[in-house]
Design a protein around this ligand. Structure first.
Ligand SMILES: *[C@@H]1O[C@H](CO)[C@@H](O)[C@H](O)[C@H]1NC(C)=O
Ligand SMILES: [Cu+2]
Length: 124
């Protein structure tokens, strides 16, 4: 009886362990782009050394009307071009969830990307 109980308890504990490891991956992390400075000139490089994961969130904070956050591809990131129809955020408090792989963002206001308003986040 005691043995049966302890086997049951062991199995239950094992089940919990497996459940927590498989069904519930680590909670997403929320990052404020540029930290206290926010989404502004020269923010490029803020992302370096961070271990982003798919489903992590980036929050772009800026004064409404002064900047935007545009989701782009590598080419537009590299050359600071804003493709027609690219997803554009304008709230000044834009939360964007990272997809697995490379995620590129630039400011859509002319000249701002060239002034360092661009980031590339690689999410594992
Ligand atoms: C920014 O957005 C987040 C999440 O949507 C919200 O919790 C927060 O209160 C907002 N902050 C401001 C300053 O609007
Ligand atoms: Cu800008």
């Amino acid at each position: 009886m005691i043995l049966k109980m302890s086997i049951f308890v062991t199995m239950a504990a094992l089940g919990l362990l497996l459940h927590s490891n498989t069904a519930h991956p680590a909670h997403p992390t929320t990052y404020t782009v540029g930290d206290s400075t926010g989404w502004t000139f020269g923010v490029a490089g803020w992302e370096n050394g961070k271990n982003f994961k798919a489903h992590d969130k980036l929050v772009f904070k800026y004064a409404v009307g002064r900047h935007t956050a545009v989701v782009v591809d590598k080419s537009s990131y590299d050359y600071c071009t804003v493709p027609d129809g690219a997803p554009t955020f304008t709230s000044g408090n834009d939360t964007i969830t990272l997809a697995k792989g490379h995620n590129y963002f630039i400011c859509g206001v002319p000249g701002h990307c060239q002034a360092g308003m661009k980031i590339a986040a690689n999410a594992a």
